[in-house]
Design a protein around this ligand. Structure first.
Ligand code: NAD
Length: 291
């Protein structure tokens, strides 16, 4: 790996080792391990691959997983009933509904139906609210939390740094901005309506790109010595290769940069395992308080 690369595979395996160790300790005490329920609706091949890799990762760290596979035509009510059942199930700690859901289902409504304490994706308004408030005790969305964890483990100073986030989606850009504010960075959020984007991004000590457009960020948009976190996963038709939102040529200007693949991607799934363990621990603490 070139020295400038922020190695997401390395840091994600550190996190997975930590989760594996904690789960092994829990099991040693005679308690059951954490359990993640993954719900997949329809037969989208990419979603099926994601669900399989989550199941494999659970097995790898000692977390139990259950897959609930529903047909693409399933009624929304049936899906919501399943979520209710999983919410009530004392043996399930985390619930993940794989997106995208078929068009006839209100995805936001489904995410809102998941009990906040089991919302390991961190998409429920309660968890989004805690993330926006900079509060502990919630479950932050895995991808932006993975970005911040990468920066922390790489030893990048965040307090006082000028951080520019490109993208304002609820799953990446917006929570990434909140998490960086929590780290005391000075944060600017850019989006499709931002005027003179390059002028803004050139002020960034830390640039987080979550746009969804292949090689969108070019070297002229980057300050010398900036740290770049590339969240993008972009595919071109007929090829399995994935591309980030940042032109690899930006490496020449950056002091450090995440690669695609091998940067933020592996961190996302590691943070999911971490959230699952956190959900388990929070539920056990609540049980104790209620006793
Ligand atoms: P999204 O489409 O919901 O949001 C994209 C954002 O980019 C929007 O807020 C939009 O305003 C902004 N944008 C679009 N065009 C722009 C322009 N010309 N100038 C400035 N801003 C512009 O996408 P998302 O869900 O936030 O995902 C972003 C990228 O991150 C995608 O490539 C996605 O595949 C990837 N992603 C990766 C992971 C991971 O695990 N690595 C997880 C989630 C998403």
């Amino acid at each position: 790996m070139p020295a400038k690369i922020i190695d997401g595979k390395f840091y994600s395996s550190q996190i997975l080792d930590e989760v594996r160790g904690e789960v092994a300790e829990i099991v040693k005490t005679g308690e059951r391990p954490p359990c993640l329920a993954v719900v997949l609706v329809g037969e989208d091949p990419a979603s099926a691959i994601y669900v399989n890799s989550k199941k494999k990762m659970c097995a790898d760290v000692g977390i139990t997983s259950r897959a609930h596979i529903l047909p693409a035509q399933v009624w929304e009510e049936t899906l919501l009933l399943l979520i209710d059942k999983l919410n009530e199930d004392g043996e399930v700690d985390g619930i993940l509904v794989q997106s995208p859901l078929p068009g006839h289902i209100d995805e936001d409504g489904v995410f809102k139906a998941i009990a906040p304490g089991k919302d390991v994706d961190g998409f429920h308004p309660y968890n989004s609210g805690l993330t926006a408030m900079g509060s502990d005790g919630g479950l932050a969305p895995c991808t932006p939390a993975g970005c911040v964890e990468l920066l922390r483990r790489e030893g990048i100073p965040m307090a006082g740094a000028n951080c520019v986030v490109i993208g304002r989606s609820n799953i990446v850009g917006r929570p990434a901005a909140s998490l960086m504010i929590k780290e005391s960075a000075t944060v600017t959020v850019c989006h499709s309506k931002t005027k003179d984007l390059a002028a803004v991004t050139r002020g960034a000590d830390i640039l987080i790109a979550a746009i969804g457009k292949k090689n969108f960020v070019t070297p002229d948009m980057v300050k010398d010595g900036a740290v770049i976190v590339d969240v993008g996963i972009n595919r071109t038709e007929g090829s399995k290769k994935i591309y980030g939102d940042v032109d690899p040529a930006c490496m020449e200007k950056a002091s450090r940069m995440t690669p695609v693949p091998g940067g933020v991607g592996p961190m996302t799934i590691a943070m999911l395992m971490k959230n699952c363990l956190s959900a388990y621990k929070m539920a056990r603490e609540k049980e104790k308080e209620d006793e």
